[in-house]
Write a protein that binds this ligand. Structure first.
Ligand code: SF4
Length: 244
C-alpha cells in the first residue's frame, strides 16, 4: 500500500523544507513529510485535519471535522522520494498524525533514500518494525497526558514506554497546558526511568502569546526538575499553518 499523506493548502502532499520547530533538533534545516491518520484523538490536536474526518464523533475543541478526500493524498513511495530529494535536505522529519501506522510503506520509502538521516515524531503507542527501525536516527516520542482527552490505556502503553525509555535514540516531549500536568510527567519519569535530559516540556498553544505566557511558568518547572524546555518555533515564525 502506498503512503497516505496530509494535504497542504493547495491540496498537494504536505512535503516541505523548513527548520525543525520543536524538541532536540529545533532550528535544524530539514525536509518534512506529514502523514495522515492517527490512532489517538487529542482534544487540542493542532493537526486534526490528519484524523478528525467527517463522521468521527470523538471530541475536539474546535468541533470541526474535515472531508477525508480533501485532506488526504495517496502517493507511491517513488513519487514521495522524488519530492523529498528535490528539497535537497540531509535530514528528514516524518510527522503526522501518527506516522508509524504506515511503517511498511515508510520502510520502502527510506530504502529509496539511503543517505538521508531520519527523525520520526510518534505518540509512543506503536513500534517501528525492524526494517524501519534500522533507519531511524531519532525518535521524538510524545506520550499524551490526561488533558489530551485520550484514555490512559490507549495513550500510555507500558510495554512501549519501557522500550522507548531504554532506547538512546528516543527523546520525550510532553505537551503541557497547566502546571499540574507536570505532576503526571514526574510520575511517568519515575515509573519508566526517563533520563531527565531526554525529557522536554513544551507548552500547548497555537499562537505566540499563549506559548510565551505558558513558558513563563514552565521554564522554572524545567529548572526545578532538570527537564528541557521546548518552544514551538514554527508557530512564532508562521502561525498555525500547514506546510510550515
Ligand atoms: S497523537 Fe498527535 S496527531 Fe494524534 S491526535 Fe494527538 S496530537 Fe494529534
Amino acid at each position: 500500500m502506498p503512503l497516505v499523506l496530509a494535504t497542504d493548502d493547495d491540496g498537494g502532499p504536505e512535503i516541505f523544507a523548513s527548520v525543525q520547530g520543536e524538541g532536540p533538533s529545533a532550528g535544524m534545516p530539514v525536509a518534512f513529510m506529514r502523514l495522515s491518520r492517527c490512532n489517538l484523538a487529542c482534544v487540542w490536536c493542532d493537526t486534526a485535519y490528519t484524523w478528525h474526518f467527517e463522521g468521527d464523533n470523538r471530541p475536539h475543541r474546535e468541533s470541526t471535522t474535515f472531508e477525508r478526500k480533501a485532506n488526504q493524498v495517496t502517493l507511491d513511495e517513488e513519487e514521495v522520494a522524488a519530492r523529498l530529494t528535490t528539497l535537497g535536505q540531509k535530514r528528514l522529519v516524518i510527522t503526522g498524525g501518527e506516522p508509524l501506522l504506515q511503517a511498511p510503506a515508510l520502510a520502502r520509502l527510506l530504502d529509496l533514500l539511503p543517505d538521508i538521516s531520519v527523525e520520526i515524531e510518534t505518540n509512543g503507542t506503536t513500534k517501528a518494525p525492524p526494517a524501519l527501525d534500522i533507519r531511524i536516527d531519532q525518535f521524538n516520542v510524545s506520550p499524551k497526558l490526561a488533558h489530551s482527552g485520550n484514555p490512559a490505556d490507549l495513550a500510555l502503553l507500558p510495554e512501549r514506554l519501557d522500550a522507548y525509555a531504554t532506547d538512546p535514540r528516543a527523546w520525550f516531549k510532553f505537551v503541557i497546558a497547566e502546571p499540574t500536568d507536570v505532576e503526571e510527567v514526574l510520575v511517568l519519569r519515575d515509573r519508566y526511568r526517563f533520563k531527565p535530559d531526554h525529557v522536554f516540556l513544551m507548552p500547548e498553544g497555537t499562537d505566540s502569546a499563549t506559548l510565551r505566557e505558558r513558558e513563563k511558568w514552565l521554564a522554572p518547572l524545567c529548572v526545578e526538575h532538570g527537564f528541557r524546555l521546548s518552544d514551538r518555533l514554527h508557530i512564532h515564525l508562521f502561525g498555525d499553518t500547514r506546510g510550515t
